[in-house]
Design a protein around this ligand. Structure first.
Ligand code: UDP
Ligand code: MG
Length: 367
């Protein structure tokens, strides 16, 4: 079982000297950092040193949960050796296969026990030292969510910048929630919000949209995203398309309404065309030839197929939801990994009152 580390000796001595104050357990964990990763062996050593240095400087009990989302390289093995030998606060949880970034993040959130939970990518595009700034920002402003926002995207390829622009402007236009452009899964959230997220019944999880939907007050912190430190990006165009479609079907019914609109417009055009044909027939100048007929058939056929496709996207989401399969499956690779998320939560020490945030003071307090 993981122990919180005590980079600050005073914390450690407090826990040792007064076990009664913590119910005989380790000090409660102030911060859980969730890091989903897939095939990141090239960048993990640099990432770990940067993250460890940043978190040790924080001087508060923390844990890091690395969620291996079905890696096929030596990353998880290296991490296990590194974590087991040098970094007591880190644990590695392997999923049985690649379930996708959002599912890996969900696994980490489910297993977290910290009063605050941060998430960031493993490729050093999200500077680990900013976690401390995000935590300070959230605590000083008294908000339960602090979200990092990219200042600009010059580190990205032209294609990535273009698709990001289409995604954020599309969601702004058609989505039911407002999300600032250029937010990634780089944020810190309070336990109260994590519990709400974990209790949500929906399977499709796009956190950058779910969090604004939950509606908690949020502070924003600008940051400069570095280019990926090593290795290749894992979001292929197909994956980005899938994320965009899931975002649309989860947070907008606009495509269905647009399909209805186009269907109606094409129907009206068809009626007008039929009227035109009839008028010409009555006037004794009937239209001949098949090209016009062919064009009409193709247009109507195309509209119908697109409409069925849109319906299919929503039906697929409904099917996923109704099936109710778990979002991820944890591979119990080590004896310590077999403890379930709920067991971890129950075993976790209760948070100390001196770290409790303003919105923890009971009903009616600000959130
Ligand atoms: N990732 C993951 N599972 C996946 C795809 C990505 O856990 O199926 C991780 C990846 O290792 C990285 C983070 O998610 O830590 C973001 O991925 P990436 O850097 O490839 O995305 P980009 O920065 O290009 O949007
Ligand atoms: Mg990246």
């Amino acid at each position: 079982m993981l122990r919180a580390s005590f980079p600050n000796m005073a914390d450690y001595e407090r826990a040792e000297a007064a076990p009664a104050a913590t119910g005989g357990k380790d000090l409660p964990i102030d911060l859980t950092v969730v890091v989903p990763f897939l095939d990141e062996e090239l960048v993990l050593p640099r990432f770990c040193s940067a993250l460890e240095a940043a978190l040790d400087a924080l001087g508060r009990p923390y844990e890091v949960i690395f969620v291996d989302d079905g890696s096929t390289d030596s990353g998880p093995e290296w991490l296990r050796d590194h974590a087991a030998q040098q970094w007591q606060s880190a644990r590695v949880v392997s999923l049985t296969r690649n379930f996708g970034h959002m599912s890996a993040l969900t696994a980490g959130l489910d297993m977290s026990v910290g009063t605050w939970v941060a998430s960031l990518d493993a490729d050093l595009q999200h500077p680990p030292e900013l976690i401390v700034e995000l935590l300070n920002l959230a605590e000083s402003t008294g908000v339960p969510v602090a979200q990092a926002v990219r200042r600009e995207r010059s580190a990205d390829s032209v294609g990535k910048r273009l698709t990001a622009k289409i995604y954020y402007s599309g969601m702004k236009r058609f989505g039911t929630v407002e999300t600032p452009a250029n937010v990634a899964d780089f944020r810190i959230i309070h336990r109260r919000v994590v519990d709400q997220i974990c209790a949500l019944p929906e399977r499709a999880r796009v956190y950058r949209l779910l969090l604004p939907w939950l509606g908690y007050r949020t502070a924003y912190l600008d940051y400069e995203a570095a280019p990926r430190a090593a290795g290749r990006g894992k979001y292929s165009p197909t994956r980005m398309m899938r994320l965009a479609l899931t975002s649309l079907t989860s947070f907008s019914t606009a495509p269905l309404r647009i399909a209805t609109g186009i269907g109606t417009a094409v129907g009206i055009l068809g009626l007008l065309g039929a009227l035109f044909v009839m008028v010409n027939w009555v006037l004794g100048t009937p239209l001949t030839g098949w090209p016009s007929l062919m064009a009409a058939v193709l247009i109507i056929g195309g509209v119908q197929l697109v409409t069925v496709g849109i319906l299919g996207e929503y039906t697929a989401e409904i099917l996923e939801q109704v099936r109710g399969r778990p979002r991820y499956v944890v591979d119990a690779a080590e004896p310590g990994d077999t403890d379930s998320p709920s067991a971890r939560r129950q075993a976790a020490p209760t948070p100390e009152t001196d770290h409790v945030s303003p919105w923890d003071r009971g009903p009616g307090s600000q959130q």
